[in-house]
Design a protein around this ligand. Structure first.
Ligand SMILES: [Zn+2]
Length: 216
């Protein structure tokens, strides 16, 4: 038995670990069990680029079942799932989007940062840019939430996801990363902010999962 195997055996008794999705017992070094991992592999990547008015949408799979469980588990604090989740985006990009490109991401709002303690989409964008050796543009900022005080809950919701872009773009092709694509409002607001500054861009949005129309 190798030292690593022995250590694993001892640790699995001392530090029992469970699959972040199904709860099955796994090695102390893992995050997801093999069964969940192969289930996720079977789901994507979806190989069709969806054409929208001024961007293309690429997504790994639909927001349901195990993919949904994975994303929820990650967002609820298991930041170590970031690597596995990023791989899904990387697979999708490799199949659908030509290089070179810059990478930008939908930033966390202050409230969600406070809730989760980490910027879960930024973590994915970082992994992606590292993998492709692409320039990570850190230039989208949520509109300051202070400006919204004094507004009713409903009004606040409507202006919640607006952005300001201060660009330092190197490529004319840009991939915008987010976790879940629902109605597209967030993405469109971000793209509007980007296009205000940089009009001449080919923009792709890449997400882990897309919500089916009838589920919105
Ligand atoms: Zn599992």
């Amino acid at each position: 038995m190798s030292i690593k195997d022995a250590a694993e055996k001892i640790l699995s008794v001392a530090l029992p670990n469970a699959c972040a999705i199904c709860g099955r017992a796994i090695s102390p070094f893992g995050m997801i069990c093999q069964s969940c991992e192969s289930d996720i592999k079977r789901l994507g990547p979806n190989l069709t680029l969806e054409k929208h008015k001024d961007f293309y949408l690429a997504y790994y799979g639909f927001y349901e079942g195990i993919l949904r469980d994975l994303i929820i588990s990650y967002k609820s604090g298991r930041w170590r799932l970031g690597k596995a989740i990023s791989k899904l985006c990387i697979n999708t990009i490799e199949k659908l989007i030509e290089k070179p490109f810059d990478v930008v991401y939908i930033p966390a709002t202050l409230t969600s940062l406070e809730d989760r303690g980490f910027d879960h989409v930024k973590l994915i964008a970082k992994e992606i840019s590292k993998y492709f050796n692409a320039h990570l543009v850190k230039s989208l900022y949520p509109v300051i939430e202070d400006k919204q005080s004094g507004k009713s809950g409903q009004e606040r919701k409507e202006v919640k996801e607006k952005y300001i872009f201060r660009g330092n773009i190197k490529n004319k092709r840009l991939i915008l990363i987010d976790d879940v694509y629902t109605t597209g409002t967030t993405v469109r607001n971000a793209i509007d902010a980007i296009r205000k500054v940089e009009n001449d861009l080919e923009i792709y949005t890449c997400v882990i999962a897309k919500v089916k129309k009838w589920q919105r």
